[in-house]
Design a binder for this molecule. Structure first.
Ligand SMILES: [Zn+2]
Length: 309
């Protein structure tokens, strides 16, 4: 998280005097020019009055979720907003900064975060259950069995929640496909978690079946991603996120392949019991995949915050 800039209250004491009526109009035009799809354009005239009446008591700190709105505003507002007698570049810049910090919290309710948080929650659950599993597995044979199942359930949760940001932010304007893809991956995720947790499927003859469920989950991501590319083929954001998603798929795919084929210990049994075991490599690839996907998620948030639906 980026720490938001704190508004300089001293400088703001002069804010209402600085911002004359023509400036307000100009500011409004500038804001519309750089954020055309703004859902909640603040009433700047009202804002100015509120500021004049209740300045120091107002809660002016932008919330953390507005940090990149601040960035967008800083980039798109012109350096020279006001026609006062100010010619000093430093003063003009700091005034621009104050305006940006002031307006940002009023600008818009950012796009909903829950799909991104669902993914982060899935990743945390996965890493938490993995650490618990490998920490406690040496306790006894019984506990080792239980813990190993929890380990796979965590990975199933991570893979299925990985779809949430991709699907939600790609199809937030098409609720039908959004619900269809989300429903499908949720059911598949729950199914895979059950298969991982239920003792019936623990038997060695189900090993291939378990691996193919993980594979299937990964491959089912191809449908929404292709669909996204068709819908937004001319958008750099769509191509960019797809690049990250391909890389993530590659990491998860290699990890699952290593898990299923038990490379490298199949070649030299006993030599990789401490380090280099297929299960360890599998976890490394899962972490790499999740990290890649985190970056894709940030791109989605940026894209949708700027454009809305
Ligand atoms: Zn593990």
């Amino acid at each position: 998280m980026k720490v938001p800039k704190v508004v300089d209250l001293q400088a703001l004491q002069h804010f209402p005097d600085v911002l004359k009526k023509p400036d307000l109009h100009k500011l409004h035009v500038e804001l519309f020019a750089c954020l055309p799809s703004l859902p909640n354009m603040p009433d700047l005239h009202r804002l100015r009055e509120e500021l004049t009446n209740s300045l120091p008591s107002m809660d002016l700190l932008p919330s953390p979720s507005t940090w990149h709105i601040i960035e967008i505003l800083t980039r798109c507002l012109p350096e020279r907003l006001f026609h006062g007698n100010y010619t000093d570049v430093g003063v003009l810049l700091s005034m621009k900064e104050d305006v940006v910090n002031l307006i940002a919290p009023f600008m818009l309710t950012p796009i909903t975060r829950w799909p991104f948080f669902a993914f982060l929650g899935g990743a945390m659950f996965c890493l938490f259950s993995s650490s618990t599993c490998h920490l406690l597995a040496c306790h006894s044979e019984r506990l080792s069995y239980i813990m190993l199942r929890l380990d796979y359930a965590g990975i199933a949760a991570l893979i299925s929640t990985s779809f949430y940001p991709t699907v939600y932010y790609s199809f937030m304007c098409n609720p039908f496909f959004c619900n269809l893809y989300l429903g499908f991956i949720t059911l598949l995720g729950i199914g895979t978690m059950l298969v991982s947790l239920l003792p019936v499927f623990e038997k060695p003859e189900y090993r291939k079946f378990r691996a193919s469920l993980f594979f299937g989950m990964g491959f089912s991501g191809i449908a929404p991603i292709l669909h996204k590319l068709i819908l937004f083929w001319n958008r750099p954001e769509a191509l960019h996120t797809t690049g990250y998603e391909l890389l993530m798929g590659l990491f998860y795919g290699i990890g699952t392949l290593i898990y299923a084929t038990r490379v490298p210990e199949r070649w030299m049994p006993g030599k990789f019991d401490i380090a280099g075991h297929s299960h360890q490599l599998f976890h490394l690839f899962v972490v790499a995949g999740a990290y890649t996907h985190y970056h894709a998620g940030l791109l989605y948030l940026r894209w949708r915050d700027q454009e809305g639906c």
